[in-house]
Design a protein around this ligand. Sequence first.
Ligand SMILES: Nc1ncnc2c1ncn2[C@@H]1O[C@H](COP(=O)(O)OP(=O)(O)O)[C@@H](O)[C@H]1O
Ligand SMILES: N[C@@H](CCOP(=O)(O)O)C(=O)O
Length: 315
Amino acid sequence: MAVYTAVSAEALGDFLRGFDHGELVSLKGIAEGVENSNYLVDTTTGRFILTLYEKRVSADDLPFFMSVLDHLASDGNPVPRALPDRTGTLIHELCGRPACLIEFLSGVSVSHPTAAQARAAGAAMGAMHESLAGVALERPNTLGPEGWQALLARCGHDLDAIEPGLFARVTQAADDVVAGWPHDLPRAVIHADLFPDNVLMLGDRVSGLIDFYFACTDIRAYDLAIMHTAWAFDARGEAYDAAVGTALIAGYADRHRLSDAERAALPILAQGACLRFLATRAWDWLNTPADALVTRKDPLAYWRRFEAYRQGLFA
Ligand SMILES: Nc1ncnc2c1ncn2[C@@H]1O[C@H](COP(=O)(O)OP(=O)(O)O)[C@@H](O)[C@H]1O
Ligand SMILES: N[C@@H](CCOP(=O)(O)O)C(=O)O
């Protein structure tokens, strides 16, 4: 469960008085997610999401995320906009945290995607990339190769408490991936975390793309590689579902050109994605207080995926 900051009904009631969205009817903490505090808010006029930004999201980056969402929504992508209060302000402070009131989107995230759902999700990413092509918004990826190498180094030999010998293995793996990392592929604004839990679906249709709080400027095909690592394996990172992986890439290519060079780079990009998620999961695994209301994610599930890509999954 991810609710790091408790919001009282009184505090939210006061907050909502600044908006034209009715009065508070109910407030519930949302169990899913690991990064921010999210609440489902019902008012006399509708349903909303209240997000308080925690952990890795810097308040300075919120205008970038809101501009990306606004651009995508204007272009017909199913993304939620932050809602302005009566003064036009989007980003607020509530209970000591930066906070936004956000459009609620219908749909559920699937735990075991089918090939048809993966195809639709891949197409939704392709459409998103089409919309973002040439958009003049920039945010460096703080969790790019340098970022995950630094985070793995900060974890240090504590990684060996997760699995004996892990520190040496991931350090070598990171050196190998960085040595082969491509530098000449097209770059653009990417989502960078489009896991199944960040795609809302109604049947086989995508009804929402959410959680843009890792969005940044990076290699565009890296976004697809991240998605592949997250969609095409079981939760333990043991079983690869080729039908899902193939459908995801085919759906993407239906909506956005995937060049031969980008396709050829997918194996190394996917290995980098595995190390990036292994690094943040390992850090959280080692540093989340025992009483935190959040379910930690298994770092080794990303080490197993890494091994699968290194052994030639795409070959
Ligand atoms: N705009 C939205 N519409 C509907 N549900 C949402 C929306 N934003 C978030 N949620 C719900 O809240 C959960 C956590 O949101 P998410 O942005 O993934 O959190 P975190 O940033 O902590 O990972 C999602 O899994 C989804 O159930
Ligand atoms: N997707 C990442 C963690 C980030 O959590 P999210 O709920 O914001 O997607 C992972 O699985 O490690």
